[in-house]
Design a protein around this ligand. Structure first.
Ligand code: NAD
Length: 264
């Protein structure tokens, strides 16, 4: 299958590890020049070095907090200066704090979650659209969570706030098809990353069982019987971003081993 990705430029957010890193690496392996961002300077440079070593791709690494509008604008500006433009965008962010509804008594945590998950995506998209238009089109993947379809216990902020990103993805697909920009939502579920290990640790503490037991019980709920590998999620992102998905926009794709049971 021809992906048509060679030589394109991608912005990949929250990419020092986990899903973002896997997507950046998989794009780089297809000949994409990637611009990656996350907060910690040393970690994002290390991620870039690993991707360069493994793929020989051109990688720009920027340390920035994606909750800051200025930081996102600067990231995109530097990407344009150094890599000449933008064709592809993968939005992503760290997860918000866990907690039940009643534990979240301070309004600030709600605003913080909105900044982290929704406004970061809004600002990345806003900065990328004019650059994609200049290139005659582009492709975006907005990464969310299985929680947009099935709220997860003790993840109230994620359950409520990420739904906005799902709606944003669908709205953008409709408004920007005329610009040749495709927009799709990618839904991870139980992909084995630091975030999932952290959440399993919290569940283990709350229920008084070992982390291994939590993982076994969780995997037993998944038809494929295991957690996913970040590279499996990344392959779906690469496909949706590529020309091979040229007639796919406004779609939501799950990469969850079959865990979500709803028909759509
Ligand atoms: P992770 O914790 O392994 O990685 C998160 C990445 O985000 C890191 O590179 C971190 O440095 C970066 N980051 C965090 N906050 C940032 C900020 N303010 N500015 C810039 N970079 C920031 O998490 P992951 O498993 O890769 O998940 C990525 C997102 O997908 C999270 O929001 C997570 O909740 C969500 N998610 C993951 C899964 C899964 O199965 N892994 C399932 C559902 C949802």
């Amino acid at each position: 299958m021809e992906l048509g990705l060679e030589g394109k430029v991608a912005l990949v957010a929250a990419a020092s590890r986990g899903l973002g890193y896997a997507v950046a690496r998989a794009l780089a392996a297809e000949g994409v020049r990637v611009s990656i961002v996350s907060r910690d300077g040393a970690r994002i440079q290390e991620a870039a070095r690993r991707i360069r070593d493994e793929t020989a791709a051109d990688v720009l690494a920027i340390a920035a907090d994606i909750r800051s509008a200025d930081a996102i604008a600067e990231w995109v500006k530097r990407t344009r200066e150094r890599l000449g433009g933008v064709d592809l965008l993968f939005t992503n962010a760290g997860g918000p704090p866990a907690g039940t509804f009643e534990s979240l008594t301070d309004d600030k945590v709600w605003y913080d979650a909105f900044d982290l998950l929704v406004l970061s995506a809004v600002r990345m998209v806003r900065a990328a659209i004019p650059l994609m238009r200049e290139r005659g089109g582009g492709s975006m993947v907005l990464s969310t969570s299985a929680a947009v379809k099935e709220p997860s216990p003790n993840l109230t902020l994620s359950n409520v706030v990420r739904a906005s990103v799902a709606a944003l993805s669908k709205t953008l697909a409709d408004e920007h098809a005329k610009d040749g920009i495709r927009v799709n939502q990618l839904i991870p579920g139980r992909i084995d990353t630091d975030r999932v290990r952290e959440l399993d640790g919290i569940r283990a503490e709350r229920s008084g069982i070992s982390v291994e037991e939590v993982k076994q019980r969780s995997a037993a709920q998944i038809p494929l019987g295991r957690y996913g590998d970040p590279s499996e999620f990344a392959r779906a992102a690469v496909f949706l971003l590529s020309d091979a998905a040229s007639y796919i926009t406004g779609a939501s794709m799950q990469v969850d081993g079959g865990r979500l049971r709803s028909v759509f």
